[in-house]
Design a protein around this ligand. Structure first.
Ligand SMILES: Nc1nc2c(c(=O)[nH]1)N[C@H]1C(S)=C(S)[C@@H](COP(=O)(O)OP(=O)(O)OC[C@H]3O[C@@H](n4cnc5c(=O)[nH]c(N)nc54)[C@H](O)[C@@H]3O)O[C@H]1N2
Ligand SMILES: Nc1nc2c(c(=O)[nH]1)N[C@H]1C(S)=C(S)[C@@H](COP(=O)(O)OP(=O)(O)OC[C@H]3O[C@@H](n4cnc5c(=O)[nH]c(N)nc54)[C@H](O)[C@@H]3O)O[C@H]1N2
Ligand code: SF4
Ligand SMILES: [Mo]
Length: 672
């Protein structure tokens, strides 16, 4: 007799939606996956990528055993070893490195492969061990840091609207965000608003599939969003539509900000942003007279030299219009700051070894440091060879013979090819985890549905084994997954009232216990003065690096989220890779003609950092001067062994050393 059961879980991937899902298990094997219909935000739909997750867990290239390198670094040649052998070797190497160079020579390079609070980055999985060893800290700033800091400067927190409130908005600005690709569940709420007459505007240098569906598309020049924000406020003031009462009672710094705004009338902004003056004015008038207005501004805005400032300036808009008064008004970037789980990496485990912080966006630089060298790079839930800037220099770093590299992985990524030891990692069906969405207000529980594949181990289990191998006795290193879950939920915060592990395990999800409708700043802003802080005069706009196209490279490159991969996850799925096709670069007809290039031609895209070949797609989806090629493909599956990050410079945004993935100049020519 076959036994079939349904197990509740959640998508672990770095996507704002964190879907609630149901795994069908037959005779101990996962045979089906569907979205959980009763979860109010994700309502049963998954996405084109995760619809293939069952087959992905069983893929022929899944890593199932620990392995040791036998070929040269980068060759990807390994031999199978046992866990004991792997752990013995790791313990020996780590102990020797710590003795000779100190714990700071270990770089625990954690990524966003899973956002879990137990197994992944949100809960700083693994950090109890790293802190016990005195390892370098790791600043996981790759994704959203510049925007977080920009928003926090204005509002005191990066947290903002509950995205569900978009259903109540009358004007929706989709600003540097590709909703239908990078977190599509918000679209339902946008459609609800539209049914009530809301107007939807996409502000994006690319006419994306989201822009296609919007009522209006503003093809802004990359990195100039702050100027558009200032000009829109300018029109609001021209209309006399600013909310004086809100400004007086809930904000500070108005006078300086007003002077800044006055520098950017629509005519000036049109020159800088490339958007026609009358379009800016028309949107400003609409903004002036439409309450509530919701702004969904996400990562696209902030992957620029001035990205933090851009978010900071955009966040000033609802301070002028008073939109924060209304459900359905304000800015939505991420909801993470509303999640009050108690994350405890036991920072104080080695108080005698103050240690340094290494920065995720600066991997190449960190690996090149000879003064305070990194001797062990420990990669988990990350694929820096595919995801990090300046791929050629990252590769050089990973080739260092004196670098001991350990990679915990599910699949043989480009990064794995450079490992000395590979440890097999479980996938989401095979371990327990607690999640929160960064685009909604729910907690989610992921119950293990099937046993670990092969000899794979979860993050927590791997670090428990490692602690034992290193002879450590600190009890918190051995906490079980359920103990960690209980600890996370033990924060004494009203939003967790009534949210218990029992309930989560039984129901799969629970809404954080905030008032619904959620109006985040009804009681004031979380700044010292309780007021929104307008941008001071002279601080409203930091131009992008691409504004200075006076060198040999003239085209501004954008590298956005691909529709069929999730960062580099699924890059090796045959069907999704087939749909993505060979690497492509979108180019306007004028730029193609200026260079004598034609549609479908194989071209070389290059700058001072590297080059990749791609198929040229002549398209009116990008304006002259702008080109686009998505992130996410696996370098080694491309004809020339690189992906678009070979063109991205390792350079800091204005806040938090955020990456500048959409702010690089390139040239395009024929393949020699
Ligand atoms: N399918 C899919 N979904 C994903 C991901 C994925 O790889 N694939 N990645 C996930 C992750 S890790 C993240 S962080 C998010 C990222 O997803 P998003 O937050 O959507 O960020 P991006 O795709 O980087 O950029 C969004 C849009 O901003 C535009 N953009 C670029 N520069 C500018 C600019 O200067 N101004 C304006 N106004 N727009 C600009 C880009 O053209 C792009 O269409 O999505 C998550 N979801
Ligand atoms: N050009 C360009 N590059 C970008 C971006 C861009 O916009 N443009 N966006 C950036 C952004 S937003 C992000 S967030 C980063 C992401 O960069 P990374 O954090 O490096 O994430 P991924 O490339 O998705 O690689 C994650 C890896 O983790 C593995 N994994 C998944 N789950 C687990 C697990 O439970 N345990 C272990 N051990 N491994 C697991 C997956 O197999 C995958 O290989 O990429 C950045 N890279
Ligand atoms: S990637 Fe996003 S949309 Fe797709 S299943 Fe996961 S959470 Fe849902
Ligand atoms: Mo991200």
């Amino acid at each position: 007799m076959t036994r079939e059961l349904n197990v509740l879980g959640a998508c672990p991937l770095d996507c704002p939606d964190t879907c609630s899902w149901v795994v069908t298990v037959r005779d101990g094997e996962a045979v089906g996956l569907r979205g959980n219909k009763v979860q109010p935000y994700t309502r049963g739909a998954l996405c084109v990528k995760v619809n293939r997750y069952v087959e992905h867990t069983k893929a022929a290239d899944r890593i199932l055993y620990p392995m040791r390198r036998i070929g040269p670094k980068g060759s990807g040649r390994f031999t199978r070893i046992g866990w004991d052998e792997a752990l013995d070797e790791i313990a020996r190497r780590l102990t020797a490195i710590i003795e000779e160079f100190g714990g700071e020579a270990i770089w625990p390079y954690q990524g966003t492969g899973t956002l879990g609070y137990i197994q992944g980055e949100s809960g700083l999985a693994g950090w109890r061990l790293w802190n016990a060893l005195g390892a370098s800290r790791h600043d996981l700033n790759i994704c959203s840091r510049a925007g977080n800091l920009g928003l926090a400067r204005t509002n005191g927190t990066p947290g903002g609207m509950d995205p569900e409130m978009f259903a109540r908005s009358r004007l929706i600005l989709l600003w540097g965000t590709n909703t239908l690709t990078s977190g599509h569940h918000l679209w339902k709420f946008i459609q609800d608003a539209r049914a009530d007459g809301a107007h939807v505007v996409a502000i994006d240098p690319i006419r994306t599939r989201t822009a296609d569906q919007a009522d209006e598309h503003l093809a802004i020049r990359p990195g100039t969003d702050a100027v558009l924000a200032l000009a829109l406020v300018h029109v609001v003031l021209d209309e006399g539509a600013e909310d004086r009462d809100f400004i007086e009672r809930h904000t500070e710094g108005w006078e300086g900000f007003e002077r800044e705004v006055r520098k950017y009338p629509p005519k000036v902004a049109a020159e800088i942003t490339g958007i026609p003056e009358k379009t800016i004015r028309a949107l400003g008038v609409r903004l002036a007279h439409t309450r509530p207005t919701a702004i969904r501004a996400t990562m696209g805005v902030q992957r620029h030299q001035g990205g933090g400032t851009a978010m900071r300036t955009i966040a000033c808009i609802p301070g002028v219009t008073g939109d924060w008064r209304h459900p359905g008004g304000g800015v939505a970037y991420s909801t993470s700051a509303h999640v009050p789980l108690r994350v405890d990496p036991r920072r104080g485990l080695r108080p005698e070894t103050p240690t340094r912080t290494l920065t995720m966006t600066r991997l190449a630089e960190g690996l090149a440091d000879t003064r305070r060298p990194v001797k062990c790079l420990w990669v988990y839930a990350a694929n820096p060879m595919g995801s990090t800037s300046d791929q050629n220099r990252v590769r050089e770093g990973l080739l260092r013979e004196d670098l001991f590299t350990v990679v915990m992985e599910q699949f043989p990524t480009d990064t794995v090819d450079y490992a000395d030891i590979v440890l097999p990692a479980t996938m989401q069906f095979e371990h327990a985890d607690l999640h929160a969405g960064y685009g909604h207000m729910y907690l989610m529980w992921n119950e293990p549905a099937v046993p670990p594949a092969g000899e794979s181990a979860s993050t927590t289990e791997t670090f428990r084994r490692l602690a034992r191998a290193m002879g450590l006795t600190e009890p918190s290193l051995y906490a079980s997954d359920l103990e960690i879950a209980e600890e996370l939920l033990s924060a004494d915060h009203p939003a967790l009232a009534g949210v218990t592990l029992e309930r989560l395990r039984a129901e799969g999800w629970a809404r954080l216990n905030y008032p619904n409708p959620f109006v985040p700043f009804a009681g004031g802003f979380p700044t010292p003065s309780r007021r929104l802080r307008f941008v001071p005069e002279g601080k409203g706009y930091v131009p992008p690096a691409t504004a200075r196209a006076d060198g040999p490279y003239k085209l501004a490159l954008i590298t956005p989220a691909p529709h069929v991969f999730l960062n580099t996850v699924f890059g090796n799925n045959p069907e999704l890779a087939r749909r993505a096709g060979a690497p492509k670069v979108l180019v306007n007809a004028k730029d193609a003609a200026d260079r004598g290039l034609s549609d479908g031609q194989r071209v070389r895209v290059f700058n001072g950092h590297g080059a990749m070949t791609a198929e040229l797609q002549v398209s009116d989806r990008v304006a002259p001067g702008v080109v686009a090629a998505p992130k996410g493909s696996w370098p080694k599956l491309s004809p020339d062994g690189v992906n678009v990050n070979v063109l991205v410079e390792e350079r800091d945004a204005d806040m938090g050393r955020g990456a500048v993935y959409h702010d690089n100049l390139v040239e395009i020519g024929p393949v020699p």
